[in-house]
Write a protein that binds this ligand. Structure first.
Ligand SMILES: [Fe+2]
Ligand SMILES: [Fe+2]
Length: 272
């Protein structure tokens, strides 16, 4: 069982966010904005999946899961609340969230399905999130030119994602979820996640008027496909998920604990 602390982040999201808040980089700003747009809807889905999964456990196992499920739900609920505030700020830049309604209509297709499907989807998404979180915590230069409050938002979220990366996966296993469906969902989620993230990023850049700038594409190339770029650097860790003996804990996340220890002035613990 993982011990999960729920933290309230002490940052101001009432003050407007600059248009190119990520160090003046139009691509990075559009990319992070796109991800943030998916969080309120996506993280509610993860919360529901984990809650419903816990309810489906045999009676004698439920108590053992109580604290971890509560911690997971508390962390994700805080993330979605704070990202909704952030999203309200970036919408003032004329951006439109097309990802959330698309994801919501897909989620409706799962109504009435075995809860292990929603958990398999959640576990796959959490693997993506954990890889992204570790990459971001390990590449502080990506956020270096951003306001401290926005660095705090993204790094706090990353640190907590790394902390709870096993919850949905473990619950899926505890409910007898099999390898075949786990990897089937990972294949599908990879296609949906990358297509949705890129589509929303392009839409954000188009609305921002920066889609056809050379600097935008150069930044995209460097941060996604470059040697230390997000996609290239995480390729092999992504592939590990397909191994029959994979477990999220096999992938190291010390950076999460380091960040939480070094930045404890930025949040207060509200529950454990
Ligand atoms: Fe989250
Ligand atoms: Fe998460």
């Amino acid at each position: 069982m993982t011990d999960l602390t729920v933290r309230r982040l002490l940052i101001d999201l009432e003050t407007p966010v600059p248009r190119h808040w990520c160090g003046g980089d139009a691509f990075l700003t559009a990319w992070f904005n796109a991800l943030s747009m998916s969080f309120p809807v996506g993280e509610q889905f993860f919360i529901d999946a984990v809650r419903d999964g816990a309810k489906a456990l045999p009676e004698d196992q439920r108590a053992r899961w109580d604290a971890e499920v509560k911690g997971f739900v508390g962390q994700e609920a805080t993330h979605r609340r704070i990202h909704a505030l952030f999203n309200a700020q970036i919408e003032k830049h004329g951006l439109v969230n097309d990802w959330a309604p698309r994801a919501e209509s897909r989620m409706k297709l799962l109504a009435g399905a075995d809860v292990r499907h929603a958990l398999g989807i959640t576990a796959a998404n959490e693997h993506f999130t954990a890889l992204f979180a570790e990459w971001l915590l390990g590449h502080p230069e990506v956020l270096a030119g951003s306001e401290p409050r926005l660095q705090a938002l993204w790094l706090w979220h990353s640190a907590e994602e790394a902390e709870h990366k096993s919850t949905a996966f473990d619950l899926y296993q505890a409910l007898g979820g099999n390898h075949e469906w786990r990897v089937k969902w990972m294949r599908r989620i990879t296609v949906f996640f990358l297509a949705d993230a890129l589509r929303q990023t392009v839409a954000n850049l188009r609305r921002d008027g920066t889609l056809w700038r050379w600097s935008t594409w150069r930044s995209a190339g460097r941060h996604l496909l470059g040697r230390h770029g997000l996609l290239r650097a995480n390729w092999s860790a992504w592939r590990d998920y397909f191994r029959a003996d994979f477990h999220p804990d096999q992938q190291h996340t010390e950076r999460s604990a380091d960040w939480l220890r070094d930045n404890s002035a930025l949040f207060v613990a509200v529950g454990r």
